[in-house]
Design a protein around this ligand. Structure first.
Ligand code: KIV
Length: 272
């Protein structure tokens, strides 16, 4: 298909993987937020966020599980379709859910291929560094852009003994370097000391996107519910909430319930 015969879609404006790498070379900070459905994806996309991540944090935030392990590939695809439909401008990245990236290259390429074929998303993220290098390389060879994820890896919560700050500088350096060499286009650094994140960010050619990794990363990512104050449980100290949607939603709901019970809603204005 030549360029003139390609459908003229909105996605021509969409941020691409090379654009993201270009941001690092120009010293422009990258913004990434999680999204799990159409409405939120549309709002975040229209607000100018660079990257939308359909994170496996969905297992906790949307599904109410205690960790990220239970979410399935089919569920990730179902939600990624919604996010893909809701976004025009952001690069959309989808987490490969546990334990697919440990089930061999064939399984992982098949799963990532389904994600790109069945959703409108453009890249995948997978947890792991050096031990995942072959998988990353196979995905990239298949034309599937990969964002790596090192430091705290929530899918390894049981091995790591909880959600703890990761301080093993040498291991993190080995993992991140291996991911870059394998062809990853960017890398999430989760819960590592700011000094180590700075060293990595200076050392790597690909952008680093931090969560609980200090201000020197090339970009920042937060779980959208945390950023908007829409949480019910523990909120980590590296989170800053820019709104209090939990309070707003509860106040609006209480007001509506009162108005219905006192027969103030619907008024004549809300009736035919
Ligand atoms: O699943 C997720 O939301 C993530 C981010 C915390 C980076 O992996």
């Amino acid at each position: 298909m030549n360029e003139s015969s390609q459908p003229q879609k909105k996605s021509r404006k969409r941020l691409t993987v090379p654009d993201l790498i270009g941001k690092k070379s120009r010293g422009e900070k990258i913004t990434m937020l999680t999204a799990y459905d159409f409405t939120m994806a549309s709002l975040l996309d229209a607000s100018g966020v660079d990257v939308l991540l359909v994170g496996d944090s969905m297992a906790m935030v949307v599904q109410g599980h205690e960790n990220t392990l239970p979410v399935t590939l089919d569920e990730m695809i179902y939600h990624s379709e919604m996010v893909g439909r809701g976004s025009e401008n952001a690069l959309v990245v989808v987490d490969i859910p546990f334990p697919i990236n440990h089930q061999g290259i064939h399984q992982c390429v098949t799963a990532a291929g389904r994600i790109l074929k069945e959703t409108r998303c453009q890249a995948v993220k997978l947890e792991g560094g050096a031990e995942q290098a072959e998988v990353i390389s196979a995905l990239v060879t298949a034309g599937i852009p990969v964002m790596a994820h090192v430091g705290l890896r929530p899918q390894a919560v049981h091995t790591m003994g909880g959600y703890k700050i990761q301080r093993d500088r040498d291991q993190i350096m080995v993992d991140a370097t291996a991911a870059q060499e394998a062809g990853a286009f960017a890398i999430v650094l989760e819960c590592i000391p700011a000094e180590i994140a700075k060293e990595l960010t200076d050392h790597l050619d690909i952008p680093t996107i931090g969560i609980g990794a200090g201000k020197h990363c090339d970009g920042q990512v937060l779980v959208i519910n945390d950023m908007l104050g829409l949480t019910s449980g523990y909120v980590p100290s590296f989170v800053k909430s820019y709104a209090n949607l939990k309070e707003t939603i509860q106040a609006a709901t209480a007001e509506w319930c009162t108005e219905v019970r006192e027969q103030e809603f619907p008024s004549d204005d809300n009736s035919f």
